[in-house]
Design a protein around this ligand. Structure first.
Ligand SMILES: [Mg+2]
Length: 275
């Protein structure tokens, strides 16, 4: 085996670079999500609070979680709207994979993950949805998992089959494909979920919305909006949080991040300058 001085030097340079390389942007967020007792406790806290509200939501015929559900809804059957990713299913292994590969989001890797149907449940989620179904409340899963053809499959939406399999695998006992509404399954089902919420409101009194993204609760909050405008909307719907709307923490991705302009450090609010 022969070593040249130049190859030795470039090897040393590579080692130096590797040891000094900045950690992946999502390292801490993913560690928090996967290892912290704090995340687990906060998810359980969210679902236990929702479970405590459920009897009140069922009993009060004027209770609806959709601000625009205003017309003849009092006698409709009952439903709860939940998001799937980082609300019911924990996909943090894909975030960990990106950190380890030092890569960004990759739709191909994501679809491979969906096909595995191997996501674990977010803590507290399964007990809650099973409780709701047992109380006669239908759970509607409105998700931005996307329907698309997959090589080697004849199905128009193999992602829906996988998702149903995964939801059953984590222990959700009462669920069928009609309760899962994926992005692009119908023509106007875009990543903006409002059209699907409005459709649900035609047939059900919506008791609660549960999600990890602000877009799981309100329309027009995922683009062309500032953090300050979103913050004002949180205040405007103050009475909904913890009563009709339940939010799961997700520091690993979301519209909270994609609405920020670059360089995103411009949003950091530091201490005032001192003399
Ligand atoms: Mg989600």
């Amino acid at each position: 085996m022969k070593f040249s001085v130049s190859s030795l030097l470039s090897g040393l340079l590579l080692c130096t670079f590797a040891s000094q390389a900045a950690p992946h942007d999502n390292m801490n967020a993913t560690l928090w999500y996967q290892t912290s007792a704090e995340f687990k406790a906060s998810a359980i806290q969210t679902y236990q609070t929702a479970a405590l509200q459920l009897p009140h939501a069922i009993a009060d015929k004027n209770w609806t979680a959709l601000p625009n559900q205003t017309h003849n809804y009092q006698q409709l059957p009952l439903a709860i709207i939940v998001d799937i990713d980082e609300t019911i299913l924990d996909n943090s292994p894909t975030a960990a994979q990106s950190v380890l590969l030092n890569a960004g989001y990759d739709p191909k890797r994501w679809d491979q993950w969906v096909a595995l149907a191997a996501a674990k449940a977010v803590p507290g989620a399964v007990a809650f949805v099973n409780k709701a179904e047992a109380a006669g409340v239908k759970v509607l899963y409105i998700s931005n998992r996307e329907c698309e053809k997959r090589a080697g499959s004849n199905e128009s939406c193999p992602q829906k089959t996988d998702t149903l399999r995964n939801l059953k695998a984590v222990g959700i006992t009462k669920i069928d494909a009609s309760q899962i509404w994926l992005k692009s399954e119908q023509q106007d089902w875009s990543s903006e979920k409002e059209s699907r919420r409005l459709l649900a409101a035609k047939d059900f009194r919506i008791l609660m919305s549960i999600g990890d993204d602000f877009g799981d609760f309100l329309p027009d909050v995922k683009k062309n909006i500032t953090p300050e405008q979103r913050s004002a909307l949180v205040d405007k719907f103050q009475d909904y949080w913890g009563a009709k709307w339940f939010v799961l923490a997700n520091p690993t991705y979301g519209s909270w991040q994609t609405i920020l302009k670059q360089p995103n450090r411009q949003y950091l609010q530091s201490v005032p300058a001192t003399k």
